[in-house]
Write a protein that binds this ligand. Structure first.
Ligand code: C5P
Length: 218
């Protein structure tokens, strides 16, 4: 039986997570937050004080890690039995994730772990290469983006609301650097699939984006 897959790719901070979770909930489908897999690997590598440029060592860590996702209202992620949810969203985790994600052997090791999420009744997969590499066969593909300035503003607001001290100029720089690293890497760079539907959310409310994606499927 064919399992329906909707892929939502795009740069960090475009709203992919919020949109994907809302759409998955509405459709009753499973949800793959592929970024959290790279983030978990970043946490594992930092914990072991591994050399982030040692491709074989990082790929071994990726191969060995056991991840559990508890998808209740709030996502809980366990790495080798330890709850790492609090560290997942840190800027430093995202930046390290984008360094280890550039290693081809790491991406090869993590490919099957991501494909395993394709289960009935359907899957919403969020990331950078969901529509191009991991699920090229997906029936519905979205490329969701927003200007770097707008993404930085949203991220800044989120941090301030959480009571975390933040600097808009620094966040903008980090977002631009992460975009560059994700787009320029040789293996599975961030790119729009030729058959993806393009949405620029810079001037859109997230609810409007969710509606647009749901319309695409129905
Ligand atoms: O989406 P998120 O910000 O959680 O992803 C963290 C990092 O993981 C990204 O900057 C990117 O380098 C990497 N990533 C990736 N491929 C994916 C998802 C995330 O390379 N499918």
């Amino acid at each position: 039986m064919t399992v329906s897959v909707l892929t939502i790719d795009g740069p960090s901070g475009a709203g992919k997570g919020t949109v994907s979770r809302a759409v998955a909930k509405k459709l009753g489908w499973n949800y793959l937050d592929s970024g959290s897999i790279y983030r978990s690997l970043a946490i594992a590598a930092l914990k072991q004080a591994a050399d982030l440029e040692d491709e074989a060592a990082i790929a071994d860590i990726a191969q060995a890690m056991v991840l559990e996702f508890d998808c209740g209202d709030d996502l809980i992620v366990r790495l080798n039995g330890e709850d790492i949810t609090a560290q997942l969203g840190l800027e430093s985790t995202g930046n390290t994730a984008s360094i280890v994600a550039a290693l081809p052997e790491v991406r090869r090791v993590l490919l099957q772990k991501q494909k395993d999420f394709k289960q009935l009744p359907g899957l919403v997969a969020d990331g950078r290469d969901m529509g191009t590499v991991v699920f090229p066969e997906a029936q519905n593909k979205v490329f969701l983006t927003a200007s770097a300035a707008e993404r930085a503003k949203r991220r800044y607001k989120q941090l301030i609301e959480k009571g975390i001290d933040a600097n808009l100029a620094q966040i903008t720089n980090e977002i631009e650097e992460r975009d560059r690293r994700d787009m320029e890497r040789k293996t599975a760079p961030l790119a729009m699939a030729s058959d993806a539907f393009y949405i620029d959310s810079s001037d859109m409310a997230l609810n409007a984006v969710i509606e647009e994606v749901l319309n695409l499927i129905q």
